[in-house]
Design a protein around this ligand. Structure first.
Ligand SMILES: O=C(O)/C=C/C(=O)CC(=O)CC(=O)O
Ligand SMILES: [Ca+2]
Ligand SMILES: [Mg+2]
Length: 420
C-alpha cells in the first residue's frame, strides 16, 4: 500500500508524503526564517522538530542544521544525512506513527498552514550558472539570432555550453520584476537607442541546487556527480531579447539577463524524483570520456507556462514541455562545470537552460513561440508578441505517480513598468 500521512493530502496536491520538498519560511511576519518541508496544505517547521529532539538518527541528532536561516548547512552534509532526514520525516508524518499525530502541543507548534507563511529563498546562492542544454531551444535561437547557415554551432554537441549568471538578482517566486532599460539596435546601420525593453521574455527552466561542493582544483567525477545535487527547483531566466541581441557578441549574456531570475520556493530532492527517472536522449556524437556516464538519466517532469494579463481573471496556458527533453543531463552539467578545477559550493544554482520540446506548443520562451515577434500569440483574445506590463507569468511542474503527484508548486512573477 502507498505510504500515507495522518495529514489529509488531496491526490492532486503537489506535496504528498512521497515528496517532502525543503524550503525556508517565516511562520509570522516578525519571526526569523527557518527550514521547513511542505506537506499538503501545511509547512512542517524543522526547527521545532529539531528542538523536540526528533531528528534522532546518528548524523543529525546533534546538528544545528535546522536552526539556520537557510538550507546551506543541511545541503552541505550530503546524501547520507539527506536520507536520514527523509526517513525521519516520512516516519513522523505517516498515518501509523503516533509521535506527532497524537501530540496536540507539538502539532500546534510545528505545523503551520501554508497560506499563512512567507516563503523565502531556500538557500543563500553564492554563484549562479545557466546552461544551454535543450537542442530544440538551441536550434530555434540559432535560426532566429544567427540565421539558417549553421544554427547549432559545432561545440554544442561536445560540451554543455553555459554562461555565468548573477546571483544577486535571483528572487523568490512572487517577487515583481521591473522591466529593464537598456540599449537596443533594431535597425542595422542606424545608431542604437536607450529605453525600456520592448522584447521582454520568460525562459522556462529548472535548476539544480548544489549540495556538497568540491575543492578548488579537484573536479567531480561524472559518476559521482549526483551526490553533489541536493535537488531541483523551477526557474524563470527573464530575458530582454532586444538588449541581449545587441550586447551579447562576443562575451555572451549580460544586462539582458541579470536584472532578475525567479526560482520556486520548494526544493524537490533527487530522492523524491527517483521514481520518475527516465533514459536521457541518445547523444550522437558520443561525449568525451569525462562526460560519459554509466547511467545517463533525465526525469519525467511535466512543465507548463501560464500568462495572466492584468485585465484577465484567469491565466492562459502558453506552453507545455518536459524536463525529459534535455540533451545534456544535470550530472553532465555539474561534472563539466568542475572539470577545469572550478569549485562549486553548497547552495550554488545551476540553471538547465530553456527547456523546449520538439513541438511548436512545447517551446520554452516567447522568442521561439512568436519567432522573435513575427507571429502573435492569442491569450484568450489578448494578443502578445512579448510580455507587457502587468503580465503575470507562472510556471508549474509535476510528476504523476500512482495515486499521488510529486510537484514543484509555482514559480511566478509579474512585470511592473520600468523607472521613468
Ligand atoms: O542562442 C543564443 O544566443 C542565446 C540563447 C539564450 O538566451 C538562452 C540562454 O539563456 C540559455 C538557455 O536558457 O538555454
Ligand atoms: Ca536561460
Ligand atoms: Mg535571468
Amino acid at each position: 500500500m502507498a505510504l500515507k500521512s495522518f495529514i489529509e493530502v488531496h491526490p492532486d496536491s503537489h506535496f504528498p508524503i512521497q515528496n517532502l520538498p525543503y524550503g525556508v519560511f517565516k511562520p509570522q511576519p516578525g519571526s526569523s526564517p527557518r527550514p521547513g518541508v511542505a506537506i499538503g496544505d501545511y509547512v512542517l517547521d524543522l526547527s521545532e522538530i529539531a528542538s523536540a529532539a526528533l531528528f534522532n538518527g546518528p548524523l543529525l541528532n546533534n546538528s544545528d542544521c535546522f536552526h539556520q536561516p537557510n538550507l546551506n548547512k543541511f545541503v552541505s552534509l550530503g546524501r547520507p544525512a539527506w536520507k536520514e532526514a527523509r526517513a525521519t520525516l516520512q516516519k513522523l508524518l505517516s498515518a501509523t506513527e503516533p509521535t506527532l499525530r497524537d501530540n496536540a502541543t507539538l502539532r500546534e507548534k510545528s505545523l503551520v498552514p501554508m497560506s499563512r507563511v512567507e516563503l523565502l529563498l531556500p538557500v543563500q546562492i553564492g554563484d549562479y550558472t545557466d546552461f544551454f542544454s535543450s537542442l530544440h531551444h538551441t536550434k530555434n535561437c540559432g535560426l532566429i539570432f544567427r540565421g539558417p547557415q549553421n544554427p547549432v554551432l559545432e561545440n554544442w554537441y561536445h560540451l554543455p555550453v553555459a554562461y555565468h549568471g548573477r546571483a544577486s538578482s535571483v528572487v523568490i517566486s512572487g517577487t515583481d520584476i521591473v522591466r529593464p532599460r537598456g540599449q537596443a539596435h533594431p535597425t542595422p546601420g542606424s545608431p542604437p537607442y536607450f529605453g525600456p525593453s520592448r522584447k521582454l521574455d520568460f525562459e522556462l527552466e529548472m535548476a539544480t541546487i548544489v549540495g556538497p561542493g568540491n575543492d578548488l582544483g579537484k573536479p567531480v567525477d561524472i559518476n559521482n556527480a549526483a551526490d553533489h545535487i541536493f535537488g531541483v527547483v523551477l526557474m524563470n531566466d527573464w530575458s530582454a531579447r532586444d538588449i541581449q541581441a545587441w550586447e551579447y557578441i562576443p562575451l555572451g549574456p549580460f544586462l539582458g539577463k541579470n536584472f532578475g531570475t525567479t526560482i520556486s520556493p520548494w526544493i524537490v530532492t533527487l530522492e523524491a524524483l527517483e521514481p520518475f527517472a527516465c533514459e536521457a536522449p541518445k547523444q550522437d556524437p558520443p561525449p568525451l570520456p569525462y562526460l560519459t556516464e554509466k547511467v545517463s538519466k533525465n526525469y519525467d517532469v511535466s512543465l507548463e507556462v501560464h500568462i495572466k494579463p492584468a485585465e484577465h481573471e484567469k491565466p492562459s496556458v502558453v506552453t507545455r514541455s518536459n524536463l525529459k527533453h534535455l540533451y545534456w543531463t544535470l550530472t553532465q552539467q555539474l561534472a563539466h562545470h568542475t572539470i577545469n578545477g572550478c569549485n562549486l559550493r553548497p547552495g550554488d544554482l545551476l540553471g538547465t537552460g530553456t527547456i523546449s520540446g520538439p513541438e511548436q506548443e512545447s517551446r520554452g520562451c516567447l522568442l521561439e513561440l512568436t519567432w522573435n515577434g513575427q507571429n502573435t500569440l492569442s491569450l484568450n483574445g489578448v494578443d502578445r508578441k512579448f510580455l507587457e506590463d502587468g503580465d503575470e507569468v507562472t510556471f508549474t511542474g509535476y510528476c504523476k505517480g500512482d495515486g499521488y503527484t510529486i510537484g514543484f508548486g509555482k514559480c511566478s512573477g509579474r512585470i511592473i513598468p520600468s523607472a521613468p
